[in-house]
Design a protein around this ligand. Structure first.
Ligand code: NOJ
Length: 537
């Protein structure tokens, strides 16, 4: 594997800039905070950082509502800060991946403001999806397409004289109008943006909502009967030429830049099409995240995803969580331990001790799989989802657009605890209130506390990443253990064994355990745990 292919095995750490670390003491994370945290990330052993959007934004959707793709939001810093951060990270051997959001812009973006100020049918409006409504007075939206945050997918504009005007499409919040990718300005602008950031040394981009960008201009309803590639607004065949063009641009650079797709579609064959050799380098594999903590289900998901990737030549990615989903420690402690947006609700009981144990076992399991690994900030600390946030603090549009029925995603976005006995735990200077409150119970979960504690989640991650670096890039084979609760596979000289059950199990004979998510007696693998072992010599 050449150095340019670093992304095939990379450990990518996801930074949610508002919540990593606060460098200027305003209670919100920023780039200076990340800069201060670089030695930590280097010590942990990550290969790259993926930053969720850091651009100028009204922050209606945590920065996924971008007002200016060429500027850093003032809460986070300046463009110079970003350039310095990219360079300082590179000096530590850490690459930078940024988030590009092509499906929509912020309603504060100059294009959308110009569109609102222009006539129906104008060029400025054709960069978006403006349409007259249906029914008498156009009072009904053009379609009933599902909105990803709940509520309608169209909002109506108001004319200068106060009368209602056209509707515009937004598959997410109303403050995130969808772009019309058939307009030549849209494609051109994104090519310029790719170069803008590639020229500044970013190693790659994570492409937000990558499968959503094309829509059927006939605006049919989604009656579930469409042929593959013909859904009204998801995974349409026309997305592929866009990403092939992006690949050409990425390949112009030395070293070539990398494209990572957020492709959240269930059909594995359709998913794999994004990974054709002239398209994206990798895409997030979300299948495993939706699976319950269960031997057969994990085996099934891993096999299916490795198989789906094989013909493309692209590596699989392994993702246990991110800034949109319930923290693993909380999820794995639940009866329904696979993640689903639909099931997200208030007051679902969880057993955090069990959840932590399984989350550690899962981390070691995915860490041993071939491909690249994503770690969402704070998972290495075993942070639980914060499910009792003060309602007045909640910011996520998912909460508001479901009328509070869905708690939203803020519970996994609480600022990280770094040190000390009480909030803000070194995230901000003492006495500063963080933008989401941290639980007092996090005193035992701070970075400082866990560095000291030999058996901490943090030390487990750190050792795992050290040993992971010694695993071969390729090669994977299941090992049949004969035990229904035990999943085992081989990676070079290493055998990874997970016990999904609630009782201890015998470890296959002749193995010497060198890494374990929980202590076990010799010859045994403890309940809900994973070990890495080598044949005893
Ligand atoms: C996916 C992102 O991960 C999520 O946080 C965001 O709300 C949507 N895309 C819309 O941009």
């Amino acid at each position: 594997m050449s150095a340019d292919e670093w992304w095939r095995t990379a450990v990518v750490y996801e930074v949610y800039p508002r919540s990593f670390r606060d460098g200027d003491g305003d209670g919100v994370g920023d780039l200076e905070g990340v800069r201060q945290g670089l030695p930590y990330l280097s010590w942990l052993g990550v290969d790259a950082i993926w930053f969720t959007p850091w651009y100028r934004s009204p922050m209606v959707d945590g920065g996924y509502d971008v007002e200016d793709y060429r500027a850093i939001d003032p809460t986070f810093g300046t463009l110079e800060d970003a350039e310095r951060l990219i360079a300082e990270a590179a000096q530590l051997g850490i690459r930078t991946i940024i988030d590009l959001v092509p499906n929509h812009v912020s309603s504060a973006h100059p294009w959308f403001q110009a569109a609102l100020a222009s006539e129906p049918g104008s060029d400025a409006r054709r960069r978006f999806w403006f349409h007259p409504g249906r029914g008498p007075e156009g009072a009904d939206p053009p379609t009933r397409w599902k909105n990803n945050f709940g509520g309608p997918s169209w909002s109506r504009t108001t004319l200068a004289d106060g009368r209602p005007g056209e509707w515009y499409l937004h598959l997410f919040a109303p403050e995130q109008p969808d772009l019309d990718w058939r307009h030549p300005d849209v494609a051109r602008e994104h090519e310029v943006l790719l170069r803008f950031w590639f020229d500044r040394g970013v190693a790659g981009v994570r492409i937000d909502s990558a499968a959503h960008i094309m829509k059927d201009p006939e605006l049919p309803e989604d009656d579930g009967s469409h042929a593959p590639g013909r859904h009204p607004n998801l995974d349409r065949d026309e997305v592929h030429p866009v990403y092939r063009r992006w690949r050409e641009i990425a390949d112009e650079y030395d070293p070539p830049r990398v494209l990572v797709g957020e492709v959240w579609i269930p059909d594995r064959q359709r998913f794999a099409r994004y990974l054709d050799p002239d398209e994206l380098h990798t895409a997030f594999n979300f299948d495993l995240m939706t699976r319950p903590w269960d031997t057969a289900s994990y085996r099934d998901s891993i096999s299916l995803m490795l198989e789906a990737h094989a013909p493309t030549g692209a590596p699989c990615t392994w993702v246990l969580s991110n800034h949109d989903v319930t923290r693993p420690v909380t999820r794995f402690g639940r009866e329904h331990s696979g993640f689903s947006f639909e099931e997200k609700a208030w007051n679902v009981p969880t057993d955090l001790a069990l959840g932590r144990r399984r989350a550690e076992a899962a981390a070691l399991l995915v860490g041993a799989l071939p491909g690249s690994l994503y770690i969402y900030q704070g998972d290495e600390l075993g942070l639980p989802e914060v499910e009792d946030l003060d309602l007045a603090e909640i910011q996520d549009p998912m909460y508001f657009r479901t009328g509070g029925a869905n708690p939203g995603r803020d519970g996994c976005r609480v600022p990280l605890p770094w040190r000390g006995q009480e909030p803000p735990f070194g995230f901000s200077p003492d006495g500063v209130r963080t933008w989401l409150s941290q639980p007092a119970a996090w005193a035992t979960l701070t970075v400082a506390a866990q560095v000291e504690r030999e058996q901490s989640t943090l030390n487990l991650y750190r050792w795992m990443l050290r040993h992971r670096a010694d695993l071969p890039a390729d090669g994977f084979a299941w090992i049949d253990t004969g035990a229904a609760d035990v999943l085992a596979f081989r990676r070079g000289d290493t055998v990874c064994v997970t016990n999904f059950g609630s009782a201890d199990q015998d470890l296959p004979d002749g193995l010497y355990v060198y890494l374990a998510s929980a202590p076990s007696r010799r010859g045994v693998i403890a309940a809900n745990s994973t070990v890495w072992a080598t044949p005893r010599r």
